[in-house]
Design a protein around this ligand. Sequence first.
Ligand SMILES: Cc1cc2nc3c(=O)[nH]c(=O)nc-3n(C[C@H](O)[C@H](O)[C@H](O)COP(=O)(O)OP(=O)(O)OC[C@H]3O[C@@H](n4cnc5c(N)ncnc54)[C@H](O)[C@@H]3O)c2cc1C
Length: 457
Amino acid sequence: MAPAHQDYDVVVCGAGIAGIAAAYALTQTELKRVLIVDPGPPLSLTSDKSTECYRNWWPGPGDAMVALMNRSIDLMEGHAQDSGNSFLLNRRGYVFATARPDMVDTFAEQASEAESLGAGPLRHINNGAPYEPAAAEGFESPLDGADLITDKALIDTHFPYLNPETVAVLHARRCGSLSAQQMGMYLLERARENGTEFFSAALSGIETSAGRVTSVRLKTDGDEFEIRTDNVVLSTGPYLKECAALLGVELPVAVEKHIKISVPDPHGAIPREAPLIIWTDPITLDWSDDEREALSQSDETQYLLEEFPAGVHGRPVGAGDQVLMYWTYDCAPQDDPTFPLDWDPYLPDITLRGMARLVPGLERYFDPMPKPFVDGGYYTKTEENRPLIGPLGVPGAFVCAAFSGFGIMASCASGELLAKHVAGMGLPPYADAFDPARYRDPEYRKLLESWDSSGQL
Ligand SMILES: Cc1cc2nc3c(=O)[nH]c(=O)nc-3n(C[C@H](O)[C@H](O)[C@H](O)COP(=O)(O)OP(=O)(O)OC[C@H]3O[C@@H](n4cnc5c(N)ncnc54)[C@H](O)[C@@H]3O)c2cc1C
């Protein structure tokens, strides 16, 4: 079967959240005849593997990431409003916790930086200052910025499940979670109502004439089609590099494998209404003397005795008793993705043990550990961990990709920005920060040398 038509205003390659949000936004412009192509079902490669969280809480340099995320959250809230919150957007926040007194100043610095970048004010919650807990459901809270709670009694009251040694909690407020699959399908349905078509095929070539895009070649099982179009958008997730190469364009991206687990929590160690909780301290795992002795015997297991990085995090997910857990401790960058994914066989055990430092109630699941569900995908990343949205240097070719670990939350504003580029509309102030042309700017290249993109979630 061939696509319904032989020419389209735009062909979007990739039906992950990036391509779908781009197609949706394109149909809000004059460019109504949009074709999305993907060899797989929509939202099935990376976009259904996320922890489904969002935040307007981003470091600099500059305010572009905060501005993009604030805009994206505005758009997500609009869609939630219009759909009767069909994708369960909540505003529970991100809760960063520490047992290290020296982290209090770091939290304050981070929150002040976020405030200066537009994430909202820092409130110091101590000496009886009021703290407003987050509602479990709904997204309408006017609170943004962050509450830095150092009042131990207040921490114990509102977060009794956290490690009793917790000395400070930083509660970032314009943050929460959603059903990414349901939001993606909502956007796809609206795009289809506005004229978008979906065709099951892979982009296999891009034709140009006089240096600009004139058509794309699409491959299905055994068949190849040529579709006329003036505009092609690459949203091919971890396959971005190879698709850009079809145009002779080299993009500075790598992929990183990220694996998460979920386990049942029948004893409610983490309350169902909990926000995303993050332990900001490095962790050396607790082992019994016998375990320690056994692990030290082999080169393969010795690393289990060493210090693991900060940042283990998790949250309750779904209507049952599952808890999602995620620890970015093993994700070396690679050029190309390989499927099926494999992972360190100790990862579920390590992640649970790491999470138990944050929530000691989880220790009851150490032995025997309940059967975990293990899953994951690739972050497609630029070196400074910012997306690529804009023209690719060949007229008519655009990119909306490199969404790293923030593709769900960034998708709505990124799609909007991409559509403005393609339709030649006015661009928001943050456009340059995501334009692939930034790498041609010597000042930007200089900035990259001192860019700290560590500390990702
Ligand atoms: C473990 C994990 C946790 C995460 N947590 C979060 C989170 O909490 N919040 C958040 O915002 N983000 C999170 N992310 C990141 C987010 O999931 C991704 O950034 C996002 O899904 C990327 O979307 P995408 O559309 O760019 O890529 P994908 O979803 O991978 O879609 C790309 C599509 O392109 C298609 N494709 C490939 N080659 C071709 C071709 N030649 N022609 C046509 N189509 C092609 C693929 O089949 C695929 O469907 C997480 C990711 C992981 C892995």
